[in-house]
Design a protein around this ligand. Sequence first.
Ligand code: NAD
Ligand code: ZN
Length: 238
Amino acid sequence: MLRDASSVVVFSGAGVSAESGLATFRSGGNALWNDPEVSTYPTPRGYRAHVPRSWQWYAMRARTAADAAPNPGHIAIAEIERRVPDFLLVTQNVDGLHHRAGSRRVVELHGNLRETRCFDCDARSAWPRLPADPRCARCGGLLRPDVVFFDEDLPADALERARDAAERCDVLVSVGTSNLVWPARELPDLAHSAGASVLIVNVDMTGQMPPGDRVVHLTGTAGDVMPRMVARAWPAPT
Ligand code: NAD
Ligand code: ZN
């Protein structure tokens, strides 16, 4: 399917970065949700109510992401981009590991942890080296990570690019995402309804589109399955 496709969308979630040592939101013992206070940080109210702890928590996550390395799953996804004429990677991840693995055509649906943004004047800037004071250098407003919080809209242009690509593609590969978070979960459905094949890569298929007509389940980790998928689609010349 992949070899014959001229248009491919890869749709990725936190599971792709699990093998780089970054916690997913819902799965595993180190899931981010276990602490009741921390679980309120990804909302505008929860974040504001717990500054500076919420700010420092995000600064710590940004540093952890910067210190992590892309794994074979990220690298295989970048390789698909090089093989396919019309390609888009739509990610829910905020860790920047896809870019660092070489992916270029990327839509970040949930923003990223590379920069901070001011609540008041919207100015973006690099994380301060010592994140003691979350105040905007320009206007004195409160700084936050440049990610999309719950209760906030996804960036409209990112969502539109993702939807367009899903409706146009021959194959959509969903990898390491629980597909629980709206509106991201509509992408595989959108692609499938428009006639695309859907390949689902996950360690746990709960909540995914059932296998069947043009829907394939590949159970395993992203770091294991993705390189094998690429090697099978485009065997190295002998
Ligand atoms: P999720 O935590 O809800 O789901 C992760 C999915 O990955 C699950 O379906 C799980 O079964 C699967 N998984 C776990 N390990 C895997 C592996 N090694 N290989 C393949 N699959 C694996 O995450 P989500 O669906 O991406 O969405 C939740 C939100 O969490 C997103 O909005 C995202 O912004 C945010 N988030 C991002 C990061 C990151 O950037 N690394 C980390 C945590 C959460
Ligand atoms: Zn400002």
